[in-house]
Write a protein that binds this ligand. Structure first.
Ligand SMILES: C[S@@+](CC[C@H](N)C(=O)[O-])C[C@H]1O[C@@H](n2cnc3c(N)ncnc32)[C@H](O)[C@@H]1O
Length: 210
């Protein structure tokens, strides 16, 4: 085997191992949404205004790139922690010149989500519970101190320990592939025409939107 071939093999092995490592760390692989699922999610964003759309765990870019192409005037953001899927999505973004899309290789649990109008996710039950700890369902006057953590509806605890970034996460909509958001009732759901009749849920958090 030549040095070149050996280098390619080592790089490929390293990248494959980063996928395994990240999957074990975050609890879900970078499996993309199916074509039926991303089409349903695209449909469910249609009457969500013109605010920023965040894909929490944007994987290979399957969904977030299509979102950015569908809404060239909206700000679209993807957070992905797994190295190889992130690099592939950045490459596709540059090839297609999708300028309204920004991709970050970051843990979405540790970033400021206050700019999000729509949150997209395809996680897993425990991931949805963790996400619920960041989201605040607005109370009547919609201030942080009077808002209610979606998770705290399941497990009440004081809000005083929460950071400003956490208090600031108050999206208008959450759209989730396959996994329900704890403690909230979906305003809409689409059942996919697949063997599991997989659900896509949409939660509306603010009554004043659309
Ligand atoms: C099932 S994939 C979904 C990919 C894409 N959203 C789609 O619908 O095609 C879930 C992705 O979330 C990523 N992920 C999970 N937890 C994360 C976290 N805390 N921060 C950033 N990415 C995360 C995983 O690495 C994985 O790529």
């Amino acid at each position: 085997m030549s040095v070149f071939e050996m280098s390619i093999l080592l790089i490929a092995t390293f990248l494959a191992m980063t996928i395994v490592w990240t999957t074990l760390r975050v609890g879900i692989s970078p499996m993309p949404s199916s074509a039926k699922a991303y089409r349903a999610m695209l449909t469910l964003t249609e009457d969500t205004g013109d605010g920023a759309i965040y894909d929490l765990g944007s994987g290979w870019g399957t969904l977030v790139i299509r979102m950015a192409i569908k809404y060239p005037k909206r700000k679209i953001i993807g957070y992905e922690i797994s190295l190889l899927p992130y690099l592939v999505s950045v490459l596709i973004k540059f090839i297609l010149r999708v300028d309204n899309l920004t991709l970050y290789r970051q843990d979405f649990m540790k970033v400021d989500l206050s700019g999000a109008s729509v949150l997209l996710c395809y996680l897993y039950p425990d991931g949805m519970s963790k996400l619920a700890s960041l989201i605040h369902v607005p109370a009547k006057n919609e201030s942080c101190s009077s808002s209610v953590s979606a998770a705290s509806q399941l497990d009440p605890k004081p809000l005083s320990h929460m950071s400003d970034a956490q208090c600031g996460c108050h999206p208008d909509f959450i759209i989730s592939n396959n996994f329900a958001f704890p403690s909230l009732k979906a305003e809409q759901d689409i059942r996919l025409d697949d063997i599991y009749s997989s659900p896509i849920y949409r939660y509306k958090l603010k009554s004043s939107v659309s």
